[in-house]
Design a protein around this ligand. Sequence first.
Ligand code: C5P
Length: 223
Amino acid sequence: MNKIIIAIDGHSSCGKSSTAKGAASRLDYTYIDTGAMYRAVTLYFHNHHISLSNDKEIEEALDAIDIEFRKDKLGKSLTVLNGVSVENEIRKLYIANKVSEVSALPQVRHAMVAQQRKMGQKKGVVMDGRDIGSVVFPDAELKIFMTADPVVRAHRRQAELMEKGDLMSFEDILENLKKRDYLDSTRKESPLIQVPDAEIIDTSHMTLEEQIELVCILADEAT
Ligand code: C5P
């Protein structure tokens, strides 16, 4: 069967990653978490005190950054920054609070988009993010826009963080995801938009299993 590109965009914490991961595994596709790439860049900028207003520093930092995805012994995907797994660190709130500012920088976007296009050139990928159907792969055979009620999203995110031992207040999480939605949708460079040819999935009242099933059905129709 022909393999396609499945582009999943949408608001923060509405289940994009879990759905994309589940669908990729069922379809035997590769899952690419582009948010993790922006988070890894944010972590590098944080650790190296890169000034977001210094173009030269930003360019040099981007040249020094190497991001790849590996699997651990249990098959879990790990985001690897310059040879070191940063999977846990990039999910923390201090990164979430900074990432939308970093990802709005044109140099950062150009570098990441070029890498994402390479990763998807052989098709058979499920890629999730904010600009996959609009900028990275505007010709993707299947485009999905996911969203959910912000309160539902904040509860889900809190449960996810709690599982990892990160106890964050509901209010802080809700505020972070509303702020990220706003910054991601209003930035100049490739803002989060709902492209007209995207299938819309509102996950507020759906289980993860239902979301994965729906994506697989849509993929089947698009193949
Ligand atoms: O998907 P996730 O919530 O991990 O993404 C973190 C942040 O990375 C988003 O809030 C957004 O600022 C940025 N991002 C982006 N473009 C993408 C994926 C993520 O700007 N394709």
